[in-house]
Structures are given as C-alpha cells and as structure tokens.
Ligand binder design. Structure first.
Ligand SMILES: C[S@@+](CC[C@H](N)C(=O)[O-])C[C@H]1O[C@@H](n2cnc3c(N)ncnc32)[C@H](O)[C@@H]1O
Length: 201
C-alpha cells in the first residue's frame, strides 16, 4: 500500500524527532503504522533504536511487512495492536518494554477518543524513564483550530463518524498527566499539523 502524504510528513517528523532521540537507544513502537512507509523511514533515520510497527488491521500489517522486505530496513515484524484495548500487557509488548519511544501519526482523530486515552494509558505503563510519546497530526489549541483547512477537515471527519474528530491539546495534557506523563514539547509542522511530545519523568 502506498500513501502519498507520507512524502510530505516523513522528513519534518524525522527532523523534529532528532533533538529528542540524539544518543538514545532501546526500543520504539509505532501505533497505527498504516502502510508502513513511516516506520521504514524512521528505522533508517534512527538505527540505534529497534523499531516495532503495529496495526489492528491485517491488510495494513501485510503492507508493513511487504515494505519491510522490499526496503531491507532494520524494522521488526509488525505486531497486532488495538490501542483502545489494554495493549500494554500483551506478550509482544512485554517482550520489548521498557520502551524508549512510542509514536502515533494521524491516528487519534480518525478513531474514537478511547484510542487516544488507550495510547496515553498504555504509554504510562510501557515507557521507560525519560521515554517519549509523540503524536503527529492536526490538533485544536484551547478549543480553536490552527487553520481553516483543519476546521473543514474536522467537520468532514465528524460527518463521516461522530466518534472521530480533531483532538484538543488540553485533553491530551490532562489525560496524559493522569497516566504519569508530562507534556514536553509542541513542534509546529507543515500544513498546520503539530508534533506533540510527552515524556515519562
Ligand atoms: C489515517 S491512517 C494513518 C496511518 C499512518 N500512521 C500514517 O500516518 O500514514 C489511521 C490508522 O489508524 C489505525 N487505527 C485505527 N484504529 C486503531 C486502533 N484502535 N488502534 C491502533 N490503530 C488504529 C488504522 O488502522 C490506520 O492504519
């Protein structure tokens, strides 16, 4: 599977992550890896980390593993992970914890709010000390969209599925705090997107 937006997103996200990942080793988990293109690029950009892709969707997992075979990248095989469930205690996750990094790109607005909360709660349990959790995508800040394009996108999402929608940074900050995570950084990205970083002290 091929997603054209990958070409637009990958470099800014890699540049944004560089400051946080300098000198870091250990394991990184991506939640909702989609086609698999991002994690291949991440594993090539940051080879000191061992990267595990995950997806609840079988077709996506086949795509991830096909990209992995095609690129010969140092990426682990994809695992099955539904972020709305108690994923932190699955045998595949226990085998790679404590995690240095969890990343989720363009997932939490195209899924029910339980997915955002599941990622935050699972990150609180699986990140090691000073581990990072990163979200990429559109967000509202104090309830306001960061651009007209995002406001229109949000209306389209909610029309498609009332449980979907662009998430607010304050909810992320508060639910993250309840899971033992501290809001660490907001990096502006192209097209009014954001890279948000939380950390586990
Ligand atoms: C818009 S795609 C983004 C894919 C990829 N991260 C990217 O940026 O190209 C949304 C992804 O979220 C995944 N997803 C949906 N519900 C999920 C859940 N409950 N747990 C984990 N991933 C989920 C979908 O399977 C899909 O691959």
């Amino acid at each position: 599977m091929y997603s054209a937006v990958f070409e637009k997103n990958a470099k800014p996200v890699i540049d944004g992550l560089s400051a946080f990942l300098a000198g870091r080793t250990g394991t990184a988990l991506e939640i909702g890896s989609g086609t698999g293109q991002h994690i291949i690029a991440f594993s090539q950009a940051f080879p000191a980390l061992t990267w595990t892709p995950s997806e609840p969707d079988l077709i996506h997992r086949a795509s991830i593993d096909a990209w992995r075979a095609h690129s010969n990248a140092p990426t682990s095989r994809s695992i099955s992970l539904d972020a709305a469930r108690d994923w932190a205690n699955s045998p595949e996750i226990l085998a790679i914890t404590p995690l240095t990094l969890i990343l989720s790109l363009n997932v939490i607005h195209i899924s029910p709010i339980g997915v955002l909360h599941g990622i935050l709660n699972g990150a609180g349990k699986t990140l090691g000390p000073d581990g990072f959790l990163g979200f990429y995508g559109p967000f509202t800040e104090n309830g306001a969209h960061t651009g007209d394009g995002n406001a229109m996108f949000d209306r389209r999402l909610r029309a498609d599925n009332p449980d979907w929608g662009v998430r607010d940074i304050d909810d992320l900050r508060e639910t993250g705090a309840g899971a033992g995570l501290v809001f660490h950084a907001l990096l502006p990205m192209p097209s009014n997107n954001r890279l948000l970083i939380l950390t586990k002290p």
